[in-house]
Design a binder for this molecule. Structure first.
Ligand SMILES: NC(=O)c1ccc[n+]([C@@H]2O[C@H](COP(=O)([O-])OP(=O)(O)OC[C@H]3O[C@@H](n4cnc5c(N)ncnc54)[C@H](OP(=O)(O)O)[C@@H]3O)[C@@H](O)[C@H]2O)c1
Length: 254
């Protein structure tokens, strides 16, 4: 349950090692969030991360095993978290993979694996979370989408299309959940300096994960359904999505 001042008291992160998600969780702890559950593929890998969150002020930090590609386990993972920690005030769907477009040209199954994580698993996890939220009568789901899904680029259109699918799903789920007391926020970051983009040349408006985390927390407080990070991308993409295709091809290739 949110406390009397509206602060989230518990958060579940699916893809709990995500740098953007952790940069969101830290300011939530500063705002009195006390229970954090990190759902990850390898619990050992986040041992020190969990300790740091405890040191920051979270009273309960739990780590559970979660693999986005094991779709049939999502309901059980979420039910188990709720059974042990009570209501899930906020869930962050943070898992994702970028992949490599050049690889996909020779290996369509590698492309399918990216779509399976970024889109299919977001659907199964999102619907499992929605069931829990309907039972609770309240709760918010944050989906980490991307500007890559707003308009596909030739250089990463498999990733972009998977995020476009996830983005559309999340928006529909938000409308579907509203009468049950649930909320959905779709986050559209641009280029973020994280493990995912390590070694890649930065794109215009590149930011650190903390900037996205702060934007998500502010957006949730303001009740935003779409959160751009940084905020200027909202205006940039209002123009980008209207550019004629041949102009977009030139802009997107830069
Ligand atoms: N970085 C960017 O520029 C950017 C921009 C827009 C949107 N995003 C999106 O933001 C989200 C978080 O990305 P990030 O920048 O924080 O990168 P990140 O630190 O690499 O986080 C991605 C997380 O996804 C997890 N993951 C991948 N496959 C998984 C699976 N099968 N099951 C469970 N977890 C899985 C990874 O877990 P492991 O630790 O086990 O590898 C990793 O913790 C992603 O959805 C990404 O697409 C990122």
């Amino acid at each position: 349950m949110r406390d009397a001042l509206g602060a989230v008291q518990s958060v579940l992160v699916l893809g709990g090692a995500s740098e953007i998600a952790l940069a969101t969780v830290r300011p939530l702890i500063d705002r009195r969030c006390r229970t954090v559950v990190l759902a990850v593929r390898d619990p050992e890998s986040v041992r020190s991360v969990a300790d740091a969150l405890r040191a920051r002020g979270a009273t309960e930090v739990d780590v559970v095993e979660f693999d986005a590609t094991r779709h049939d386990t999502h309901e059980a993972v979420i039910a188990d978290v709720a059974a042990r920690h009570g209501d899930i005030d906020l869930a962050i769907v943070a898992f994702g993979v970028l992949g490599d477009q050049a690889t996909f040209d020779d290996d369509p199954l590698a492309a399918a694996a990216v779509v399976d994580v970024n889109y299919v698993a977001a659907v199964t996890a999102g619907l499992a979370l929605a069931r829990r939220i309907r039972t609770q009568g309240h709760g918010t789901i944050v989906f980490l989408s991307s500007v890559a899904g707003v308009r596909a680029r030739a250089s990463n259109f498999v990733y972009g299309s998977s995020k476009a699918g996830m983005d559309a799903f999340a928006q529909g789920l938000g409308d579907h959940l509203l009468p049950s007391g649930g909320r959905v926020a779709v986050v559209r970051p641009g280029f973020v300096h994280s493990r995912m983009t390590e070694g890649m040349p930065a794109q215009p408006f590149a930011v650190d994960p903390d900037v996205v985390g702060a934007a998500v927390v502010a957006g949730l407080q303001e009740g935003r359904e779409i959160i751009w990070a940084p905020g200027v991308l909202r205006y940039v993409f209002a123009i980008m999505r209207l550019l004629p295709r041949r102009v977009w091809r030139i802009v997107a290739a830069r």
